[in-house]
Design a protein around this ligand. Structure first.
Ligand SMILES: *Cc1c(COP(=O)(O)O)cnc(C)c1O
Length: 364
């Protein structure tokens, strides 16, 4: 439910945390939940069985601390990512949020700054401020695009210690060209994080920022198993970077931060990557169906390379959000005026959303 306790202000809280609000996407038990960009297709049964067997095996040794270096899992991510990556270049944690937190703990912190092009992922400023760093919001061009020379100029001007490039961007769905990443890297004095949480939903022939890693030791590419991999509840995110960068993250992580059960579950899921990812094409077709249908209803969907659609032309987002809620459909008001964001669900969930939106009626 979120909300800050009325007594919080009476505690000897850090000054820089006063007045902050925790992350609080509503977790309501509605029949159709399309608000936090999960993969709404369950893990296929044959994969679930193998994950269960792997967890059962790991449980036999659960009296011992897990492999602190999660070697097998890093090997699995290196194999999955390809591009000649080796396990020394891989890091992982409990969700990519924790991966990003490790980056900020090592490279941001008090007296330092982190930067992103707003509107972007709402967790970046929260994670940055929690390490004591200051958040700097850059700007986007028309339709939320970012252009290489403008981006480089903004970054050169702000000279941040950490830059976040969300590619494609949440909450807008906007693709980001590799030319922008190269230009920002050259202009940035510090670390550049390319967050590819939604990369698997981009067109198949698109190049990943992973191809830019060689020779760029301040560049990192983060990914997550929460979206395409249908593994949000397991909490597993990861990144690829130079081995020296990975060593920096070891300075700030808690020892044994990835439990033996998490490691076992994630390694098993990775062995079935193609099965885990088989719903991606179906989700992409539901996403495109959402874009086409909301446009036909008179709204303005933005281009999306993700598993969600941000659409504008919503006269009263709070009222439309509530009307959908009352019809059993949960979507997201991301705070952009006249906009709402919806995750592509299964065909039935997507139909339920589109029917509900149509029944809400005129957006005038
Ligand atoms: C969902 C999301 C993540 C993933 O977070 P996890 O902690 O791995 O669940 C990361 N970045 C962006 C932009 C996201 O939308």
């Amino acid at each position: 439910m979120g909300g800050v306790s009325p007594h919080l202000e009476d505690l000897p809280l850090r000054d820089d945390l006063r007045g902050m609000t925790p992350y609080g996407a509503p977790q309501a038990p509605l029949p159709v939940a399309l608000n936090v960009n999960e993969n709404t297709h369950p893990v296929p049964q044959e994969v679930a069985d193998d994950i269960m067997d792997s967890i059962a095996l790991a449980l036999r040794d659960v009296n011992r601390y897990p492999d602190r270096e999660f070697t097998d899992l890093r090997e699995g991510f290196a194999d999955y990512l390809g591009h000649g990556l080796t396990r020394e270049q891989i890091w992982a944690a409990n969700g990519s949020n924790e991966v990003l937190q490790h980056v900020l703990q090592a490279f941001a912190g008090p007296g330092r700054t982190a930067f992103g092009f707003a509107p972007t992922y709402s967790m970046y400023p929260l994670l940055a401020r929690a390490t004591g760093a200051e958040w700097i919001a850059g700007t986007r061009g028309a339709d939320y695009t970012v252009d290489a020379s403008d981006a480089a100029a903004q970054v050169a001007d702000a000279a941040p210690d950490v830059v976040f490039l969300c590619a494609p961007n949440n909450p807008t769905g906007t693709p980001l060209g590799l030319d922008v990443i190269e230009a920002v890297y050259d202009a940035a004095p510090g670390v550049v994080v390319v967050d590819e949480a939604y990369f698997e939903f981009a067109p198949r022939d698109e190049r990943s920022a992973l191809t830019l890693l060689p020779g760029r030791e301040r560049l990192v590419v983060s990914r997550t198993m929460s979206k395409a991999f249908a593994f949000a509840g397991a909490r597993v995110g990861y990144l690829a970077a130079d081995p020296a960068f990975v060593d920096a993250l070891r300075l700030v992580r808690l020892p044994y931060h990835l439990s033996a059960l998490t490691q076992a579950a994630a390694s098993a899921a990775l062995r079935h990557a193609s099965t885990m990812l088989r719903m991606v094409d179906e989700i992409v077709s539901q996403r495109d169906r959402i874009s086409a249908t909301v446009e036909a209803l008179g709204y303005t969907p933005h281009e999306s390379w993700t598993n969600f659609v941000l659409f504008g032309g919503v006269a009263d987002p709070a009222a439309t959000w509530q009307a959908l809620y009352d019809r059993g459909v949960l979507i997201r008001d991301v705070g952009i005026p006249q906009h709402l964001r919806v995750t592509a669900g299964t065909e039935d969930e997507t139909t339920a959303f589109l029917d509900a939106l149509a029944s809400v009626g005129s957006n005038a």
